[in-house]
Design a binder for this molecule. Sequence first.
Ligand code: NIG
Ligand code: FE
Length: 416
Amino acid sequence: MSSNTLLQIGPFTQVLTLSGLPKAGPITDEALQVIENAWIVVQGTQITDITTTPARDIPTDNITTPAVATPGLVDAHTHICFGGSRARDYALRVAGTPYQEIAARGGGILDTLRQTRAATEDELRDGMLKRLDLLAAQGITTVEVKSGYGLNVDDELKMLRAIQGAAADHPLAIAATCLAAHMMPPEAANHDAYLEYIKQELLPIVLNENLASRVDIFVEQGAFSIDQARSYLSHAKKMGFALTVHADQFSRGGALLAAELGCLSVDHLEQSDNSDFAALQRSGTIPVMLPGATLGLGMPFPHARKALDAGLPLAIASDWNPGSAPMGQLLTQAALLGAAETLTMAETWAAITQRAARALDLKDRGMLLSGQRADLVVWPTGDWREILYHQGAMTPSMTFVGGKKFAGRNVLERAL
Ligand code: NIG
Ligand code: FE
């Protein structure tokens, strides 16, 4: 399709636009804009109009059964670039050994470190491509992907180049994040020396080669301390990176640091409470909750309701990774968090579309609106409420990414 070609897609029984909503805090379902019997007009990669009167002279992609259009889903936190499997860890966990104890014994993230270092860049890219197909089949059109299982200059660059390669080979939009500060690798002398090495030898290459726009760190006992994270993130900020933190998963403190540093997003927040949420509200940091990790680890859900009531623009992401969150099903996880935490459907939808896009600083997506990217999902129902009601079991009948219909490959094969 040339960039000027117009296409109208419809008629949709309903178009759920997600536009015109409060920027932060609670959202009632009544605030949702639902346009009935409408067409979405696309030019090249962008939406140019949403109309109830189709034009006669524009090519039409006809929708012949009841259908709801929503914005493409944004999964703002994943680790889908990795080698191997952690099924053995999972067996240990469900039999009662805690995640952090498995990690302290050299399993956990360090197990995936060994398996990722052993993989080639091509193998990592191919594994990612299969996982991207699985995400696309769920209606996800933008995915954030982190490094963080290389933990030395060469293997972190191998991961970031595999992510870049997958982005070039797959229609989904990918936002890369450098998580070289995921854990200290076993060969490092100490945490400070490792962070210094990453600062001096990795981050300049990541910046110059434009391999990632954001820098992340895991703040936790067994990973990095608050003071180490403050110094590392301040340096990355001065270099021009946007910041995000794995915070408050098992112990508090990381969220307050993210607020202090004005991070773009702060992710996990299982242990966070009202004082943390108040600080994040003041700093404008987007909270990203990861129900897939709480389900994967058998933990209680984070306080999503309190976060919204504190005025925060809650986003929800899958955290798909081989360890704590092996499921990789964003809609299921968001629906379950919504049910447990009494989120309105509007709050859950905003959390996986426009508020998730803001966690990645992507202003051109997350809503169906003239001028936005033409990322849209077609659902086989005439009532938008049916989608979350099925808790992820309803799958899209069609997805458009940047105005192009996504022709899925073999999505039946579960990538491992
Ligand atoms: O977001 N918490 C730290 N990092 C990942 C887990 C990575 C892993 O277990 O492999 C997370 O849960
Ligand atoms: Fe994570």
